[in-house]
Design a protein around this ligand. Structure first.
Ligand SMILES: NC(=O)c1ccc[n+]([C@@H]2O[C@H](COP(=O)([O-])OP(=O)(O)OC[C@H]3O[C@@H](n4cnc5c(N)ncnc54)[C@H](O)[C@@H]3O)[C@@H](O)[C@H]2O)c1
Ligand SMILES: [Zn+2]
Ligand SMILES: [Zn+2]
Length: 370
């Protein structure tokens, strides 16, 4: 079938919205009619050409939500009409990692996904006319009216959730929530510091609140974003500066915070997050994606004196199992996810969405696709 999609033709150039061909789902695959897709830093990072693992031409987008339109042979986990959220972090349930129960990093379709293909090593996307294949992005390719993905890449969510909001659970929001709820589960009464109040940091603030943290300090450069942090549960908001670590120590009897979360992607801030974690048992959880070649310096003494440093892809969340649970908590009124949708745009306005993100205008721009 023919669909409209935003294609990354050339790194560093605007995406080109055009008609492309989408082949029907093969065994284990699902055709999804997309209704909404959030625009994430990873899309912009790949489009810029800076990401060494990026490839073009491909259809970008990974924060998608929609309705199942057809299923391929053998698909049992979703059916036509189901509401689904796309999962760049798949969950097969059967690979060595999934069976271990110790990680959310599934390895079943990873290799082909990283190359831009579906699990059988081919693409369902191609150019109208010459039929040249177009690669898939993160197993999702959701800057489009429809997509075909592996069934391992879909979480079935409540049909009561508006799809524009459900889309946020496909990446940024869940990454922050999961960091504080699953990867570094905050304990009741804990003192928490969250560095960065974008989509991921605000998710961590909300997650810490749901875990009944005692004090949630959010640090950012932007007063506007700090106001949002208060809305989602921050008890204290500080403008970022050189002396943030000293201030955390001063306010915790010299010990540091039980949990710190980094959500900026800046290695200097990651170091602050490590140094703000409590001696004895503090955990620092890194969620930001650093620039190519950058490294995080840690003085070993911080580790010997009892701090733990962890990182999380997708907040450690097991996508197919736990995304539906988080959406249910939104529906129960525990997470004000609607507040994160700042702009609603058409697919044609995708490059405007990148501009808004570049200028830090709003938390999430969401494409309305149906
Ligand atoms: N691990 C994952 O699976 C995953 C998923 C999604 C996003 N990410 C990454 O998470 C990071 C955050 O994503 P986002 O969408 O929230 O980004 P964002 O750009 O919207 O937010 C980052 C925030 O950090 C703030 N900031 C900048 N310098 C700061 C400083 N010195 N101290 C404190 N705050 C500072 C900015 O003002 C901004 O509000 C990015 O690196 C992104 O690539 C990771
Ligand atoms: Zn993302
Ligand atoms: Zn797996």
């Amino acid at each position: 079938m023919e669909i409209k999609a935003a294609v990354l033709e050339e790194f560093g150039q605007p995406l080109r919205v055009q008609t492309v061909d989408l082949a029907p789902p093969k065994a284990g695959e699902v055709l999804v009619r997309l209704h909404a897709c959030g625009i994430c830093h990873t899309d912009m990072y790949t489009a810029s050409g800076v990401d060494p693992s990026g490839y073009a031409s491909c259809v970008l987008g990974h924060e998608g939500a929609g309705v199942v339109e057809a299923v391929g042979e053998g698909v049992t986990s979703v059916a036509v009409g189901d509401h689904v959220v796309t999962c760049f972090s798949p969950q097969c349930g059967e690979c060595v990692n999934c069976r271990s129960g110790r990680t959310n990093i599934c390895v079943a379709i990873r290799e082909q996904q990283n190359l831009g293909y579906l699990p059988d090593g081919t693409a369902r996307l191609s150019r109208v006319g010459d039929g040249d294949p177009l690669r898939h992005f993160m197993g999702c390719s959701t800057f489009a009216e429809a997509t075909v993905v592996s069934e391992y890449s879909l979480a079935r969510v409540s049909p009561e959730a508006p799809l524009a909001t459900a889309a946020l659970f496909a990446c940024g929001l869940t990454t922050g929530l999961g960091a504080a709820m699953y990867r570094a589960p905050v304990f009741e009464g804990a003192t928490v510091v969250v560095f960065g109040a974008g989509m991921v940091g605000l998710g961590a603030v909300a997650g810490a609140r749901l875990q009944n943290a005692g004090r949630i300090i959010c640090v950012d450069l932007s007063e506007d974003r700090l106001a949002l942090a208060r809305h989602h549960g921050a008890t204290d908001t500080w403008v970022a500066g050189e002396n943030t670590v000293e201030r955390v120590l001063e306010e915790t009897s010299g010990y540091g915070a039980d949990f710190t979360f980094e959500a900026t992607g800046l290695v200097g801030v990651m170091a602050q997050a490590v140094e703000s974690a409590r001696m004895g048992w503090g955990t620092c959880c890194v969620t930001g994606v650093a620039g190519k070649g950058e490294t995080l310096d840690i003085i070993p003494r911080y580790l010997i004196t009892g701090r733990t440093v962890v990182g999380a892809s997708f907040g450690g969340v097991k996508s197919r199992e736990q995304v539906p649970q988080l959406v249910d908590r939104y529906l129960a009124g525990d997470i004000d996810a609607d507040a994160f949708v700042s702009h609603r745009l058409s697919l044609e306005a995708i490059n405007k969405g990148f501009d808004l993100m570049h200028h830090q205008d709003g938390i999430r721009s969401v494409l309305e696709l149906a």
